[in-house]
Ligand binder design. Structure first.
Ligand code: BEZ
Length: 249
């Protein structure tokens, strides 16, 4: 899926806003070295810089990394599922922060090993991602609308939302201690229409369609979900968060 930083800034600023409490959970001190894993356009990463941390951001999107660099962030195009292939990053960081990124990565066991690889002994990681059941209604609406068009949505589904047990197992297998892990519903109001959200976050499902079919699928998802998710005129999606803090012994 191709990220478009301008569209992201317009439709998804709330992602960094809602992620801001993670910084307090990480409690970074000035001069600590912090890796932002899945930094996107760097909106949250910039808050670490403002606290005087030495920050590196990584993201697999060339466009998002370019946007983060425009904010003055040392951002690099790297796959967080392959961090163990980067010897120069080994034991480099006091902390790792990750907001709303891990659910785009199907190999979350490899991500956990990468976190263990980059942390120095005693270092910690704070992360938040979509948990089991995240945006379940939206996903069901997308699946039904794509199937109506003769498209098999399973082939294009980019999201992996683990439950507490699965994520805990990945972290333990990587040799990390889990300080806490919790899952909770967080109904999330959108800044605008669900069409903007779908264009921004559901591109993997839509990008292979022609213009007309794409419009039809978006309209059908909209019509299906409106009674449940926008009954009072504000689109509020059924987000579920999985949040954890772990550390390298
Ligand atoms: C999330 O942050 O949970 C999320 C974002 C985009 C698509 C799906 C989930």
């Amino acid at each position: 899926m191709e990220w478009q930083p301008e569209r992201y800034a317009h439709n998804a600023r709330f992602v960094a806003d809602l992620g801001a409490p993670l910084i307090d959970l990480l409690a970074p001190e000035a001069d600590e070295s912090i890796l932002d894993l899945g930094c996107g356009d760097g909106a949250l990463t910039a808050q670490l810089l403002a606290r005087g941390c030495r920050v590196v951001g990584i993201d697999s999107s060339v466009q998002q990394v370019a946007a983060a660099r425009r904010r003055g962030i040392d951002a690099r195009v790297l796959d967080a599922q392959a961090l163990t292939d980067q010897p120069e990053l080994g034991e480099r960081f006091d902390g790792v922060l990750s907001n709303a990124a891990l659910h785009w990565m199907p190999r979350q066991d490899a991500v956990a090993r990468g976190i263990a690889h980059v942390l120095r002994r005693g270092g910690r990681c704070v992360a938040e991602l979509g948990g089991a059941g995240n945006v379940a209604r939206v996903r069901a609406g997308l699946f039904a609308s794509l199937e109506e068009q003769g498209v098999d949505p399973t082939a294009f589904d980019p999201w992996t939302f683990p439950d507490v047990d699965t994520m805990t197992r990945h972290l333990h297998s990587a040799g990390l201690s889990v300080d806490f892990i919790e899952q909770f519903p967080r109904p999330t109001p959108l800044p605008g229409d669900i069409a903007g959200w779908l264009e921004t976050f559901a591109g993997s499902f839509l990008d292979g369609l022609g213009q007309g079919q794409r419009r039809t699928v978006i309209d059908r998802v909209r019509a299906r979900l409106q009674p449940d998710l926008a009954s009072d005129g504000v689109w509020t999606l059924d987000y579920v968060r999985l949040r954890f803090r772990c550390s390298r012994p």
